[in-house]
Design a binder for this molecule. Structure first.
Ligand SMILES: [Fe+2]
Ligand SMILES: [Fe+2]
Length: 287
């Protein structure tokens, strides 16, 4: 193996990702999110406490109400207060909504090195949620969270290596050669950096593993069903997004995406023609 070839073991990538995160001084999970997760662990989540907590930050509450009132979460209702939104959409959805505005705010403060980045993350998150609703209902919220965070490492690496900006657009779609290219450049990749960042934000192990391998076609038999399912949901979201963006009649124009697509169809016991219906639904969603 040459020095620049990506190793099979993920250890050095994670070590190098740690160095990047340490150098760019990325802050850990915001305090309000930590507190929200703490409240979520209690048996009976107090909506009053949640609403009080979130309402403390007027700017964030306004962004939250805007997103909660959008077609992503609401069926046409416009919410005037955090309490009202919480009651209508339920705590789990509310938490993903809060996570979304918090992450957007955080990334905005870093300054996006690639302007299409957040649009891609949000779109893929919405697609992941709709795909999970159809094929893996119990993972709907984790699928959405995975979509939001899956490429976050691509925003963090340029803070450490400016030349990396040129490569960001290639990390967004399901391009299987990207991690090797990134390894040559920064001795790690956006998946490993994103995984470590996600850890500090308290994401679940299933989400983190799916994030680490989202540009890999293969799966590991030791993974939990949730990890395998989340990875399949994310990769399908990327493939459908790619088809919509290319305005093409065909899914997965390139190899090994074709094999991955065939595996996903088998895993979800579906067919390309059924997925075309889902694609029409996804492309009709107001983002
Ligand atoms: Fe990616
Ligand atoms: Fe992506």
């Amino acid at each position: 193996m040459t020095d620049s070839a990506e190793p099979n073991s993920t250890d050095s990538r994670i070590e190098n990702a740690k160095n990047i995160l340490a150098k760019v001084n990325v802050k850990a999970q915001p305090k309000v999110l930590i507190e929200l997760n703490r409240l979520a662990r209690s048996e009976d989540v107090s909506f009053d406490l949640v609403a009080d907590l979130v309402s403390q930050d007027v700017g964030m509450s306004a962004k939250l109400l805007k997103l909660a009132s959008s077609p992503v979460y609401s069926k046409g209702q416009k919410f005037g207060s955090v309490q009202e939104a919480l009651m209508a959409i339920g705590f789990e959805e509310f938490k993903t909504c809060f996570m979304s505005v918090t992450l957007e705010d955080f990334l905005g403060s870093m300054g996006y090195p690639y302007k299409g980045f957040w649009d891609h993350s949000r779109r893929i998150a919405i697609y992941c949620r709709e795909i999970a609703k159809k094929f893996a209902k119990r993972y709907v919220n984790n699928a959405y969270t995975l979509g939001l965070f899956h490429d976050v490492g691509a925003v963090l690496i340029p803070l450490y290596n400016k030349a990396y900006v040129e490569h960001i657009h290639r990390t967004l779609p399901l391009y299987f050669g990207i991690t090797e290219l990134e390894y040559k450049m920064v001795k790690t990749n956006h998946c490993a950096v994103g995984e470590l960042f996600g850890q500090t934000w308290g994401l679940s192990p299933a989400i983190l593993t799916a994030m680490r391998y989202h540009h890999k076609p293969e799966n590991d038999t030791k993974w939990t069903k949730e990890t395998t399912t989340l990875k399949a949901v994310l990769q399908l979201a990327e493939l459908i997004n790619d088809k919509i963006e290319r305005d093409s009649d065909e899914f997965a124009s390139f190899s090994p995406a074709k094999d991955t697509f065939a595996w996903i169809c088998e895993y979800f016991e579906t067919t390309p023609s059924h997925l075309s219906e889902l694609e029409r639904h996804l492309s009709s969603l107001e983002k």
